[in-house]
Design a protein around this ligand. Structure first.
Ligand code: SF4
Ligand code: SF4
Length: 79
């Protein structure tokens, strides 16, 4: 079966808010379905947040929203 990314749920991180807290990664730790991951951009040594391609597996537990100190995460239902 071909998976279409984020067909029903859109998870977004505001990177400019997120990067105010260096090496936080709390959302990555708390998400039970591993929607968040972080990559190190080699060119400027900046760590950015990346949403994995399994946004539709979000179970709306709200843990990421509650734990993010920067209120950088938004989750939208697309249905
Ligand atoms: S919890 Fe918020 S501030 Fe921390 S890494 Fe995730 S999006 Fe960034
Ligand atoms: S609401 Fe829960 S399942 Fe959805 S992205 Fe946040 S931590 Fe993960």
């Amino acid at each position: 079966m071909v998976k279409i990314m984020g067909m029903f749920v859109k998870v977004e991180i505001n990177n400019s808010k997120c990067k105010k807290v260096k090496n936080c990664k709390i959302c990555e730790e708390v998400c039970p379905v591993e929607i968040f991951k972080f990559e190190n951009l080699e060119e400027n040594n900046e760590i950015i947040s990346v949403i994995e391609e399994n946004e539709d597996e979000c179970i709306f537990c709200n843990l990421c929203l509650e734990k993010c100190l920067q209120k950088a995460i938004t989750i939208k239902k697309l249905y």
